[in-house]
Design a protein around this ligand. Structure first.
Ligand SMILES: [Zn+2]
Length: 248
C-alpha cells in the first residue's frame, strides 16, 4: 500500500517481555492493541492491563523519534524554511541563477523546477551556498568564545548527521581541521544552527560525548541540553530533499 506523500510507513510497536512478544501497539490507531500471532491472547490482555503506563511511555518515545521528513512539491506556495523563517516558493523566469531569496519569497526558475531533479538539486545547491556563506560569518565569534582556531567549513549532505568535525590529517601542528554541516540544518532556527556549530567546535577539544565534553559545551551554551532536545524534535521534520512520487 502506498503511504500519503510526506509520511513514511510507521512500524507497529512490538512489546517484548524476556524476548517474547506480548503485545503490538498499532501505528495507525495507537489505542488499539493486538496480540501478535503465536502469542497467548489471555496473556496479552493481562499484560496490557497491568502495564498501561509503561506502554503509553513506549508509544510516546516511538512517536518522538519517528522521522517525519516531508516530501515537498516544487510549485508556487510550497513553504521552504531558511534559518527558521518560512518562505513560499515562487516559480518565475530567472535570468541569473536558478534560485534567489527575494522580497520574502524563495524564487525558483520555472524551467528548472519543471525538470524535477534539476529543481531539487538547485534548491539543495542554494542551501549549500547560502549556508556556507552564513556559517563563515558565524564561526569566528563561536570559535573565539570556545578558544579554538576556526576550522574550514564545508556544507554538504551528511546523511543522518547534522554536523561532523574532521581533525586535520596533515600532521601539521595546530592545524584546525574541517567542520562539515548538513545543508538541511539551515532550515532550522539560528539558535539550533548555532548549537550544531558549537557542538562540533567543542569536539575540536574533546572527542566523544563524555561528561567533560558536556561540561565544555555547557560553558559556551548553558542551555545546550534543551537545544539538543529541540534539535531532535525539529530535526525530524526538515526537508531532506525528497520530492513526492511523480504519479501522485
Ligand atoms: Zn558530537
Amino acid at each position: 500500500m502506498r503511504t500519503p506523500a510526506g509520511y513514511e510507513e510507521i512500524p507497529d510497536l512490538v512489546l517484548f517481555v524476556n524476548g517474547i512478544p506480548v503485545a503490538v501497539v498499532e501505528c495507525k490507531s495507537p489505542d488499539l492493541l493486538r496480540a501478535p500471532a503465536n502469542c497467548d491472547k489471555g496473556r496479552a490482555q493481562e499484560f496490557v492491563r497491568d502495564h498501561e503506563d509503561w506502554i503509553a511511555e513506549k508509544a510516546r518515545l516511538r512517536d518522538r523519534f519517528r522521522p517525519t521528513h516531508a516530501s515537498v512539491d516544487l510549485r508556487d506556495g510550497t513553504v521552504f524554511r531558511y534559518l527558521g523563517r518560512a518562505y513560499r516558493l515562487l516559480l518565475v523566469d530567472m535570468d541569473a541563477g536558478p534560485v534567489r531569496l527575494q522580497a520574502g519569497r524563495l524564487c525558483l526558475d520555472r524551467s528548472v523546477a519543471a525538470g524535477r531533479d534539476a529543481g531539487r538539486k538547485a534548491l539543495i545547491d542554494w542551501y549549500q551556498r547560502t549556508g556556507t556563506a552564513w556559517s563563515l560569518g558565524r564561526l569566528q565569534p563561536w570559535a573565539g568564545r570556545m578558544s579554538v582556531a576556526e576550522p574550514r567549513v564545508e556544507v554538504r549532505d551528511l546523511g543522518r548527521r547534522w554536523g561532523a568535525y574532521i581533525p586535520d590529517s596533515s600532521g601539521e601542528e595546530d592545524a584546525p581541521g574541517r567542520m562539515a554541516l548538513h545543508w538541511a540544518v539551515f532550515q532550522l532556527p539560528i539558535r539550533l544552527v548555532d548549537y550544531v556549530i558549537a557542538h562540533e567546535l567543542a569536539h575540536m577539544r574533546i572527542p566523544g560525548h563524555g561528561p567533560d565534553y558536556w561540561r565544555l559545551l555547557r560553558r559556551a551554551i548553558p542551555e545546550c541540553e534543551r537545544l539538543k532536545e529541540e534539535l531532535d524534535e525539529m530535526g525530524r521534520r526538515v526537508w531532506l530533499g525528497d520530492l513526492p512520487d511523480p504519479e501522485e
